[in-house]
Write a protein that binds this ligand. Structure first.
Ligand code: UDP
Length: 538
């Protein structure tokens, strides 16, 4: 035992000595506070001041060294939500010599990921803002492995979904409040601060009305790699494709209800000749929900956070999102954007209640559940008369909340009609197929030859070899093409349309494989469909 103690003591003294002599070292990626993640050695945290501390010494490093710009507005965003002024990270500075007068530091030996959860009580926020960003931040830095420890600094308690956060690493995540019990001055041996935003697809409307992010960088493949990881951790295995197909109605039980749920379930079962089941967050365990969604052919649900779980749907499945009266589906698209990410391979359908008779409002509830009794009479009347919530900023627009928390009697006929416009036969998962698009490398040996024949005729010949990787791909461009043509820009002025391919002297391409006309990007990319995929979400 004494040896163990002395071992700890030696480590402690070595760590303390390193801190005093070397100070804090910080090297970050990213050019702006909104895309920055920092790696620290010996970053400390005062649990009394609730501030991070950077110690200067002879060997300390601070990159970027921003001077006072470090406060304009902050070093980085601690959550994955862009530039939110309640989520900034910064540290205070001290000379390492000050350690002599400070509480004895307690060292955190684990590699730490330090971040804020944005809204851990809401499932959409849990997945979109926290779990996916944490998972892919950990993928970005190899020492953030399953032995790393997560530190949540936003100050919330565990929240109802804490078990999900626990899946991301083998060590119990620690909350800001718990740090106090560890000591007055904590020093993280090695830590990463901040979260990658690369997987987020939605902005919640803090500066402009909510909508898909301007530059979406994630595809279904990465989402599905994440869900595969989560399913393994939850011990959920997917059934064989031969098992019975079914529809899931995901119901809310507290508010934004479907008032005729039984009728809806019966109608769906009858229309699609499929078993139809209901699930809810209140009545099912999380792993049961994931297993049931993971094997479903169609997911039908009211607009709401529970719909983020459509990321567990199998490829080919259909998402049907129901919107209450006066809520324009085009203005609230977190789940549509998710379902239609390239490579998610989900079908998305929105249905809206357009009939005032089928809605039940709650004007007398508290404001955060959609009540409007606190507003002046004229404003209440305007809201009640209005047929559509105008676009608005987050998060307390009373008209939006009033409409968002209505209950709805779903008009079955109109719903089935809308679904049938997209789902022609039976809905259902399709066989997993690899659906990413590949791009050709550079063309090789590009040549441009001009020749003048007499005074009235000039020719411009452009030739090139196919990109190196094309010969290993089954693309249309690889097969001997039948109708190569130069792009209009390159047509020699005198040549006749449809003259066909010609060989240049010294053409090294195989017999029958013309090197003419490979200027058509369409061919190389495998047709217009592939090209369209490129333009996603911008
Ligand atoms: N929630 C639920 N059952 C309900 C209503 C809400 O489980 O009947 C959950 C919902 O999935 C979300 C959280 O409670 O995770 C907050 O719901 P809220 O209505 O505030 O947010 P929204 O669903 O509109 O994003």
């Amino acid at each position: 035992q004494s040896q163990e103690l002395s071992q700890v003591q030696i480590d402690y003294h070595a760590a303390l000595q390193a801190l005093v002599e070397d100070g804090t070292r910080m090297v970050c990626t990213g050019r702006m506070h909104t895309d920055r993640i920092c790696r620290f050695e010996s970053l400390c945290y005062s649990t009394e001041a609730e501030e991070f501390v950077y110690f200067h010494s002879n060997s300390s490093v601070m990159l970027p060294n921003l001077g006072s710009r470090r406060f304009q507005p902050a070093l980085l965003d601690l959550s994955s939500v862009e530039d939110h002024n309640t989520q900034y990270f910064n540290f205070v500075e001290l000379p390492a010599a000050a350690l002599k007068f400070m509480p004895k530091p307690v060292f955190v030996p684990d590699v730490a990921l330090i971040a804020n959860r944005f809204n851990p009580d809401n499932l959409m926020h849990v997945f979109h803002d926290d779990l996916l960003p944490i998972y892919y931040t950990m993928q970005q830095f190899s020492d953030l492995d399953l032995e790393a420890r997560l530190f949540f600094m936003e100050g919330w308690s565990e929240g109802v979904h804490f078990d999900l956060y626990k899946l991301l690493s083998n060590k119990q995540p620690l909350l800001r409040e718990q740090l106090k019990t560890l000591g007055r001055l904590l020093c993280f041996t090695k830590s990463y601060v901040g979260l990658s935003k690369i997987t987020t697809w939605y902005q919640y409307g803090f500066v402009q009305p909510q909508g898909p992010k301007a530059n979406i960088l994630v595809s279904g493949n990465e989402i599905r790699q994440f869900t595969k990881f989560m399913m393994q951790k939850l011990n959920v295995s997917l059934e064989e494709s031969s098992s019975e197909e079914y529809i899931v109605v995901f119901s809310r039980t507290i508010n934004r209800l479907i008032l005729n749920e039984a009728e809806l379930i019966l109608a769906l079962a009858q229309e699609f000749q499929m078993k139809t089941i209901t699930i809810s967050l209140e009545e099912h365990s999380f792993s049961d929900i994931v297993r049931l969604i993971g094997n479903a052919s169609m997911l039908v649900s009211m607009h709401g956070a529970q719909l983020v779980l459509s990321l567990f749907l199998p490829r080919g499945a259909t998402v049907v999102e129901l919107f209450p009266y006066a809520i324009n589906p085009e203005h609230y698209t977190p789940y549509k954007t998710l379902a239609t990410l390239p490579g998610m391979d989900l079908q998305y359908i929105a249905w809206q209640n357009t009939d005032r008779e089928d809605t039940v409002t709650y004007p007398d509830r508290p404001w955060d559940q959609g009540g409007i009794a606190h507003l002046d009479k004229a404003e209440q009347e305007r809201i009640i008369k209005s047929t559509e919530v105008p676009r608005h900023l987050c998060c307390r627009n009373p008209e939006w909340l009033f409409r968002a928390y209505q209950d709805t009697k779903v008009n079955i006929q109109s719903l089935i009609h809308v679904i049938r416009q997209t789902v022609k036969s039976k809905p259902g998962p399709k066989k997993q197929k690899w659906s990413g698009s590949l791009y050709p490398g550079k063309v090789r040996d590009a040549k441009c030859q001009a020749s003048v024949q007499g005074t009235s005729e000039a020719k411009l010949a452009v030739s090139w070899q196919i990109p190196w990787n094309l010969k290993y791909l089954k693309t249309r461009a690889q097969a001997p093409a039948s109708s190569h043509q130069l792009a209009p820009c390159c047509q020699p002025s005198s040549s006749k349309q449809g003259e066909g391919p010609r060989r240049l002297p010294g053409d090294r391409s195989k017999k029958g494989e013309s090197i003419w006309g490979r200027g058509s990007e369409r061919d190389a990319l495998g047709g217009p469909q592939e090209r369209q995929k490129e333009g996603r979400g911008n």
